[in-house]
Design a protein around this ligand. Sequence first.
Ligand code: GLA
Length: 387
Amino acid sequence: MIEKLKDMFKRVYDAEVEKVFFAPGRVNLIGEHTDYNGGNVFPCALTFGTYALIKVRTDKKIRFYSENFEALGIIEVNIDEIEYDCKHDWANYPKGVIWAFENKGMKIDSGFDILFYGNIPNGAGLSSSASIEVVTGVVLRDLYNFPINMVDIAERSQEAENQFIGVNCGIMDQFAIAMGKKDCAILLDTNTLKYEYASIKLNGASIVIANTNKRRGLADSKYNERRTECETALVNLQTVLKINSLCELNEEEFEENRHLIKDEVCAKRAKHAIYENQRTLKAVKALENSDIELFGKLMNKSHISLRDDYEVTGIELDTLVEIAWKRPGVIGSRMTGAGFGGCTVSIVKDEFVDDFIKNVGVEYKSKIGYAAVFYVAQIGDGARKIY
Ligand code: GLA
């Protein structure tokens, strides 16, 4: 793979590659739409992701090229002019990270040529944008010797997404991609950024990701709408309770105070966030106790809550999950990521994985009219320099 990319670099820039970096995609096992409500998430890094190949320059130019957006060619900027430009399309992501670094006093004084190639299915909700952001952060740290750690890189990448791109996401994706560890998921408390690794031992079962192939379309505006609804619920609760985020409450505390939330829709959103946070903690305990069945049941409940209370699923995700629930050997199945399209994540007993892929695939296609794509997920390490 890397050899092919090096040839590509030579073709595009007529120069030899000096350094190579990689950042994975991510899948979230449980803990959805909790990361901007001060809750816990439980994602892991994948083995597919984004490669970045570099040659440093002595002048002030940065040239970007992505093999995934070949038609857009080389995009050139001057390091003193890092501003959002819709003509620069995908290149606004790495530009945003440079901008976020500069905002924190990490100025760069010479440029580089960079080639990206990603094998994360596009628009699948497996965080291709966070992956390109985090790999850019690792590149900048290496090229300019910035004294920062991987959590800092995750935070700068999130700032790029929030303030430069304008998507008000939480920290989960960038954190999972920066801090991922082979064969482990990360229990991250998004309120404190305390985290621990949990080794994923599924006792003869695998994680299967299924892409609905429904593009996320309206997702970003709906995403911001959900955030606002949660904020409204929080403000209502704060008229009586001393809390800074929804997930400080447990289920009982929520039920006792639910009446404070004036709007029923906002109450449902808050309910999801609070119950999902507790489910995440229970799921991690279940895994520690090797109770995979319970882990699976909590995944299923997570999906139902995302469907009925948070309302971020849609016909494609619901169909894929509901077909999966009926197949033999399926321990749990739910949507993963922001929702409205993208992927589901399922835990399937190894001996049923082939049956799952075949039969869920056939039924999905007959109901939805186009095919889903399946991946048996390998959990990989976080972002890194390859050489
Ligand atoms: C997207 C966001 C994350 C998180 C999830 C939902 O992936 O980027 O921060 O909010 O949606 O859990």
